[in-house]
Design a protein around this ligand. Structure first.
Ligand SMILES: Cc1cc2nc3c(=O)[nH]c(=O)nc-3n(C[C@H](O)[C@H](O)[C@H](O)COP(=O)(O)OP(=O)(O)OC[C@H]3O[C@@H](n4cnc5c(N)ncnc54)[C@H](O)[C@@H]3O)c2cc1C
Length: 442
């Protein structure tokens, strides 16, 4: 990707001191080198003056995105040292946090006080703000993505102003929260929380594809959160992970057989033959939701470690068709993939959400780290999925052109207009946003 942004500091008087590092850094997957200056905030009060002083700046969370969305050749601003809980309100069931907090910092805090968030991604190490900004999701028919639990936000805009937006009072909220970093630097978020709950996790092996095709709805609705893993071999899915809430009247009865799949007798990793120590407890051992809803344990390397990822979201009723279409490419997918994951996500109201106004099936690919091979495979995958109207994950690798992306989001033009109102000079517009969002496509 060509980096064309012009970087410079504009003089607006005294810039508050911040920690600025020039060392080479990368995203989590190390496929992207972060070259810009790194401004690490130590107080929210430092942010307005810094933002005002910079011509170009992009906020970065924990850097778990696989593309350039959090990258800037000029300046990255990090709130990772700002991870305090500002307010915990048991009565209104809300928690207000500084935006640098990660789920593995927040969830144990909530659990200690008898509360929890509604759902989590496959790993718990993500920053809350970075996850919400790209519509990061877990699984579950009734579970919206992680942004759906946010009720309000505070953000520093391009001119250094502090703006507060809430779900109930501000129409802009639906654009700004899943905002891809385009509106400003989010400094605080208020999240809805619920009483802490326990989850039991069961893993089944060898689910035949025809069972998944014929009983997709029943399988995915069988528990609070369900994931199917496959490497597209042998006409079968390798594993189903069934995460059942304890004590809410919807207990999953873990019989030996489940739609032709067999209950595992030992803990398993989603990737065939990898050791399972890094995975969350299985075999029906109940535990706090934050230690079961993610697939990988706190403090461990999630997933494989050296990998790339892509993911596509289709309207849920296309699930069987999309899975069959991908099966037709199995000879090309299998050698390149560690594993694929199939999940469901509820519809939501965020303009740029991959699940905007549609209950979705999400099909993800954890690729072996061979970018030339993946790069040539993605157009084929997008082509076989085309009849099912796929939207790619904003934080992962895809091939769609800007024009194709624009055609997938009915609110894209409104998003561009609103972001341009908040940030008229494009201070927060990096190469990714300029190429895919702010490019005129008609
Ligand atoms: C091993 C692994 C497993 C994953 N599993 C899942 C999964 O289960 N489900 C899923 O949906 N995704 C998954 N992802 C993808 C990941 O959740 C998303 O890419 C997420 O956005 C990463 O969060 P982050 O904090 O690392 O964000 P970053 O990569 O740091 O940033 C993401 C976006 O947030 C913006 N941003 C960051 N901070 C701010 C701020 N303060 N104000 C405004 N904007 C900001 C950035 O500018 C950028 O646009 C996985 C990734 C990895 C590496």
């Amino acid at each position: 990707m060509l980096l064309v942004t012009v970087c410079s500091m504009v003089s607006v008087g005294d810039v508050v001191p911040t920690r600025m590092e020039k060392i080479k850094r990368t995203n989590w997957a190390a496929n992207i080198m972060y070259d810009g200056a790194f401004h690490e905030m130590t107080a929210i009060e430092e942010i307005p003056a810094l933002v005002q002083s910079l011509e170009k700046v992009t906020a970065v969370g924990t850097g778990h995105t696989f593309n350039h969305i959090a990258d800037s050749p000029c300046n990255q601003i990090s709130l990772r040292l700002l991870h305090e809980v500002s307010t915990f309100d048991e009565v209104s069931r809300t928690v207000t946090v500084q935006a640098g907090i990660t789920y593995d910092q927040l969830c144990p805090y909530l659990e200690d006080r008898g509360f929890a968030v509604h759902n989590l991604a496959s790993l718990i190490q993500l920053s809350v703000v970075g996850a919400c900004s790209t519509a990061t999701h877990g699984s579950g028919d009734k579970n919206g993505n992680l942004a759906t639990s946010v009720s309000s936000l505070e953000m520093v805009t391009a001119d250094g102003e502090l703006v507060k937006l809430s779900r109930h009072n501000d129409v802009d909220f639906s654009a700004v929260l899943v905002g891809l970093g385009a509106f400003g630097v989010i400094t605080q978020l208020t999240l809805d929380i619920q009483p802490a709950f326990n989850v039991e996790q069961y893993v089944y092996e060898r689910l035949p594809f025809d069972q998944l095709r014929d009983h997709f709805d029943a399988i995915m609705a069988s528990a609070y959160s369900v994931s199917v893993f496959t490497d597209w071999q042998d006409q079968q899915n390798n594993e189903i992970w069934v995460k059942s809430r304890v004590g809410d009247g919807e207990k999953f009865e873990a019989t030996q057989k489940f739609f032709g799949a067999t209950l595992a007798t030992q803990k398993l990793h989603p990737v065939r033959n990898l050791p399972a120590e890094t995975c969350t407890e299985q075999m029906g051992i109940p535990g706090p939701s934050f230690e079961r809803l993610p697939h990988f344990r706190m403090g461990c390397t999630p997933s494989v470690g050296e990998e790339l990822q892509s993911e596509y979201f289709m309207p849920r009723h296309y699930a069987a068709g999309a899975i069959l279409a991908l099966q037709g490419l199995s000879d090309e997918i299998t050698p390149n993939v560690f594993v694929s994951e199939i999940r469901t996500v509820a519809a939501d109201e965020f303009w740029m959400s991959t699940c905007y106004h549609r209950a979705s099936v999400a099909i993800g690919f954890t690729w072996k780290p061979d970018w030339p091979a993946i790069k040539s495979l993605l157009p084929k995958i997008e082509s076989v999925l085309a009849p099912f109207d796929p939207r790619p994950h904003w934080g992962k690798l895809f091939h769609f052109s800007p024009a194709e992306l624009h055609s997938k989001y009915e609110k894209m033009d409104d998003f561009v207009q609103l972001a341009s109102k908040y940030d008229p000079k494009g201070k927060f517009r990096n190469e990714f946003l300029s190429s895919y969002i702010f490019t005129p496509c008609s």
